[in-house]
Structure formats: structure tokens, C-alpha cells
Design a protein around this ligand. Sequence first.
Ligand code: HEM
Length: 218
Amino acid sequence: MAKLPALPKRFHSASVWALYGLGLCPALVAFYLGATGQLPGNPVKEFEHLLGIWALRFLVATLAITPIRDLLGVNWLRYRRALGLLAFYYVAMHFLAYFLLDQVLNIPAIIADIARRPFITIGMAGLVMLIPLALTSNNWSIRRLGSRWNQLHKLAYIIAAAGALHFAMSVKVIGLEQMTYLALVTLLLSWRLVRKPYLKRKRQAAAPRERSKDAVAL
Ligand code: HEM
């Protein structure tokens, strides 16, 4: 399979920073449109929607890095932390929009909402699980936690499932958009179940080819 041209190593760090910059643009646009009264319909709902949908997009993008590497041979691992953190920033902003604009700091109403509406309970669980992941998304934590870091970051699977479910449950009738996110998350999580045997077979298939190449070289 033809490979994508690789980005020279000297641009790796700049490309990660560019991703943070680009990734925050939808939030800036939403703030600008909100502040200038240009959001259509119910502006608070629209603002919440924009932040929520981008949170979900970044969660999906974070989970897509591994299958893209396995299936296409493109290694974008260097972008995974930025994508995960962007997902966290968007969920946090989505929550703040709900907390400050929708519920106007009414903590008893928020607690009642979390207890009463299952889709809010699931969303809140997603936010709570994202906090330890965001706090440990740094090299120091990876070194300190060792293999426990990988175990902890498997929470990303549950968070993405919670996000897609929360989205589907937030509407009265599930439409194409909700179906698409549910299907994407299901596919990305299912890949985790089959990837080990797939990679093993791929390695076994590549081994005789490598050996015959060595024989020719000798
Ligand atoms: C993983 C975490 C979360 C993700 C990915 C997420 C994403 C979304 C998405 C995509 C929507 C649909 C927006 C629309 O079409 O209107 C939504 C709706 C909503 N979310 Fe979240 N959310 C998360 C967590 C939360 C939390 C923590 C809260 C508050 C406690 C919350 C409160 C809401 C509310 C109130 C709505 C409905 C807005 C409406 O009435 O239209 N979400 N969320």
C-alpha cells in the first residue's frame, strides 16, 4: 500500500501545537457567535450543542489513532495526547455552559438534574472519568505510573461510549447524527477486541517475506 509522505521530525512538535491551536478554533467561533448574538434559535442550547459535539469529535479522533496506525501504517501517536486533552477541554466547556448559562449556578437544580435525567448522569460520569486522564496526560505521570498508566487510560473507551450514549439519549428521536457517533464509537471499540490477533497474523505473514529478503541480501 502506498504510504503517506512522513512529516519531517523537526516539524513534529510544531504540528502538535498547531493541532491545539486549530482544535480550539471551534470554541472561539462559538464564543464569538454567542457574544455577538449570532447563534440561531436558542443561543444557550446552540452554544452547548457546539461544545458537546466537538467534545465527541475529539473523543472519536483520539480513539481512531490506534486503528489508523494498525490498518494504514500511519503513526499519528504524537497527536493522541493533544486530541484527548482537547476532548477534555470541550467537555469542561460544555459542562460550564450548562452550569453557568443553562442552570445559572443553581447547584441544587444541577444535582437534581444529574439524579433525575439519565442522560445527564451519563454525561457527568464521562466528565468525572476524564479528569484523572487529563491530569495524568503528561510524561511525568507516564513515568510514575508505569503499566498502571495504560490501565487507567483504558477509561477513554468507557468515556467515549458514555459520550455517544449521552448524545443519543439527549434527543427524543435518534437521528442520523446520533447513529453515526454510536456506530463510530462501536467500531473503534470493537477494533480493540480484534487488534491483537490481527497484528499477530500480520507479523506472521510478514516474517517469511523478511527472511527471504535477508536471504537475497546475503
Ligand atoms: C463525555 C462527556 C460529554 C459529551 C461528549 C457530551 C456531548 C454532548 C452532545 C454531543 C450533546 C448534544 C447537543 C445537542 O444536540 O443539542 C449534549 C447535550 C447535552 N449535554 Fe452533554 N456531553 C458530555 C457531558 C455532559 C455533562 C457533564 C453535562 C452536564 C452535567 C452535559 C449536559 C448536556 C445537556 C444539558 C445537553 C442537552 C442540551 C439540550 O437540551 O439540547 N453533558 N452533550
